[in-house]
Design a protein around this ligand. Structure first.
Ligand SMILES: [Zn+2]
Length: 84
């Protein structure tokens, strides 16, 4: 699905998605832009401990639904928190 990016390869470390950060990601930040993505669409950023809060807040500030999990977990949907 993400052809060529190597994000779904075997363990060995995924780099944090924050620009300029070379830390190994330990969190996954799943999100969706409700204006352009359907409910079944999930975008995922990887984040180190330091930047997981930054990345999640960046998305929440845009009113995007966000779900944070350990880096090796996936979610089927990103549902707005107020809808749970
Ligand atoms: Zn980072």
């Amino acid at each position: 699905m993400l052809g060529g990016l190597g994000l779904d390869g075997p363990a060995g470390g995924v780099q944090c998605s924050r620009a300029g950060c070379a830390e190994t990601a330990v969190h996954a930040v799943h999100w969706r832009n409700p204006k352009i993505h359907g409910l079944e669409r999930v975008k995922t950023w990887s984040a180190c401990d330091e930047h997981v809060g930054f990345l999640a807040e960046f998305l929440r500030a845009r009113d995007f639904p966000v779900v944070v999990t350990p880096v090796d977990e996936t979610v089927e949907r990103v549902v707005p928190e107020e809808a749970r």
